[in-house]
Design a binder for this molecule. Structure first.
Ligand code: SAM
Ligand code: SF4
Length: 336
């Protein structure tokens, strides 16, 4: 069977798959979910065995980097079975990196096992280092648990990156303290601009929107910023803070167009493949996966057909004071 690499119509090689393994979460971050979120029936989710076959097929087609996300990936029952299964692709050299994005709440339980499975880096989402504000923004989260998870991750040898969503009137005053805290703990830091995902109401969304151009300008009042040319094929741009040597990332899907170098696709926990975070187009891969034919031929054909439809870019736009291109699905569905 052919295993030519996945190349989309704009000649972008697709070698990065982000996989949401559950839509469930033990937090209810205000910008991500409503408090009374309805989750998918469990029978709609891909089983761990199906996730293994799906990811293994993508890896056979040239995916080199796998990021596990959700929902909260570490609340999925028996998730270590899946991480351990993916570890075999690291050992064979087919996969270069296995990583995850987590809220950190369960990390103290899993850090060692994740390292043993071959994970070396984790992204931990954390928008404030103030206990009360943390409880407010995550609704159900407790900062102490996450800090315990960060300790465990570092003790296990995992490199930690903090992802913070920039939120107007919420963490503006913590920009420098969070930067200093990351420096003191030797963690990288990336700021994310809030995106119009989910039906949370237009006014709320605009109220929360703190453009990273503004954050960056304010950071430059405290630090000397040097633009780095480093690119990851994704939406992040980096600067170095000359005073501390820290590398700070900015993910600005709304104010900066990053689509031209996009190397990634996203798989939902129900087996839908989204070719672009900002477009509704998706392909169902669950049906061909479940055909379970010899060699997964139907699945491979469905993946290639989907990649051939990857759009050039997305259309998020706040500029008309209305979140144009707003997506009705939640980030926890597609996987952030
Ligand atoms: N539960 C895990 C976590 O929080 O890291 C993984 C899934 S979460 C959906 C992935 C990332 O998406 C998190 O960093 C979160 O802050 C971010 N996110 C969620 N909703 C967002 C939104 N509306 N705009 C920007 N980022 C968002
Ligand atoms: Fe859960 Fe992550 Fe969404 Fe927060 S951002 S509610 S932790 S999925």
């Amino acid at each position: 069977m052919t295993s030519a690499p996945l190349i989309d119509p704009f000649m972008r090689a697709i070698d990065y798959l982000r996989v949401s393994v559950t839509d469930r979460c033990d937090f209810r971050c205000t910008y991500c979910m409503s408090e009374d979120m309805t989750f998918l029936p469990k029978r709609d989710l891909l089983t761990l065995e199906e996730l293994d076959r799906m990811c293994s097929t993508f890896i056979r087609l040239g995916v080199k980097k796998l990021r596990i996300t959700g929902g909260e990936p570490l609340v999925r029952r028996d998730i270590m079975t899946f991480f351990n299964a993916m570890g075999r692709h690291l050992e064979s050299g087919a996969l270069n990196e296995l990583t995850l994005t987590t809220n950190g709440s369960q990390l103290h339980r899993f850090a060692k096992d994740l390292y043993a499975a071959g994970v070396r880096r984790v992204n931990i989402s954390l928008d404030t280092i103030d206990t009360d504000k943390f409880a407010q923004i995550t609704r159900w989260g407790r900062l102490a648990n996450v800090l315990r998870g960060i300790d465990a991750a570092q003790e296990a040898g995992l490199r930690v990156k903090i992802n913070a969503v920039a939120l107007k009137n919420f963490n503006e005053d913590e920009m420098v303290p969070i930067t200093q805290w990351c420096k003191s703990r030797d963690m990288d830091l990336t700021w994310i601009e809030v995106m119009p995902m989910g039906d949370m109401g237009e006014e709320d969304r605009l109220d929360q929107y703190w453009p990273l151009s503004d954050l960056r300008a304010r950071l430059a009042e405290t630090y000397t910023l040097t633009e780095l040319s480093e690119r990851t094929g994704g939406p992040a741009r980096y600067v170095r803070l000359e005073e501390t040597g820290q590398k700070i990332g900015f993910i600005t899907p709304l104010t900066h167009n990053f689509c031209e170098s996009c190397n990634r696709v996203r798989l939902t926990c129900t087996g839908q493949l989204y070719m672009c975070l900002g477009q509704e187009d998706m392909a169902d891969l669950r049906a061909p996966l479940r055909m379970n034919d010899e060699g997964q031929g139907a699945l491979e054909t469905a993946i290639r057909t989907a990649i051939a439809l990857k759009p050039k870019g997305h259309d998020f736009d706040y500029s008309r004071q209305r979140p144009d291109g707003q997506m009705s699905r939640h980030m926890s569905h597609t996987g952030g």
